[in-house]
Design a binder for this molecule. Structure first.
Ligand SMILES: CC(=O)Nc1cc[nH]c(=O)n1
Length: 103
């Protein structure tokens, strides 16, 4: 059983350390620093790594920065589009910083 899922298209960036944050809505704001999470693919729930949560920080769609985009390995414009696609109409978001501990 996995604790969190990512779209399959993000798997290689996560495993390579190019994606070090994930931006989620309220439903996934309960994670806490230090937690160890099994990570699966959203599409098939197949396990692909284990991460350690480093921080969980509330933020707003309107204040996402180039630094958030860099940590997601995408441009800020693409990041805003991705978040709008996944969470249409949602403005309150949470930045979960993580590191891969095993794969
Ligand atoms: C499955 C899913 O919601 N995945 C997400 C959502 C937001 N950011 C992200 O990296 N992955």
């Amino acid at each position: 059983m996995n604790d969190i899922t990512f779209f399959q298209r993000f798997e290689s960036d996560i495993l390579a350390g190019r994606k070090t944050i994930t931006i989620r809505d309220e439903s996934e704001a309960h994670f806490e620093p230090g937690q160890i999470l099994r990570v699966g693919r959203y599409e098939d729930d197949g396990y692909f790594c284990t991460i350690k949560v480093l921080s969980v920080t509330p933020t707003l769609l309107s204040v996402l920065t180039d630094e958030h985009a860099r940590q997601e390995n995408m441009t800020l414009e693409v990041l805003r589009d991705v978040i709008n696609d996944i969470y249409p109409g949602v403005t309150q978001l949470y930045v979960i910083a993580f590191e891969v501990v095993s794969a």
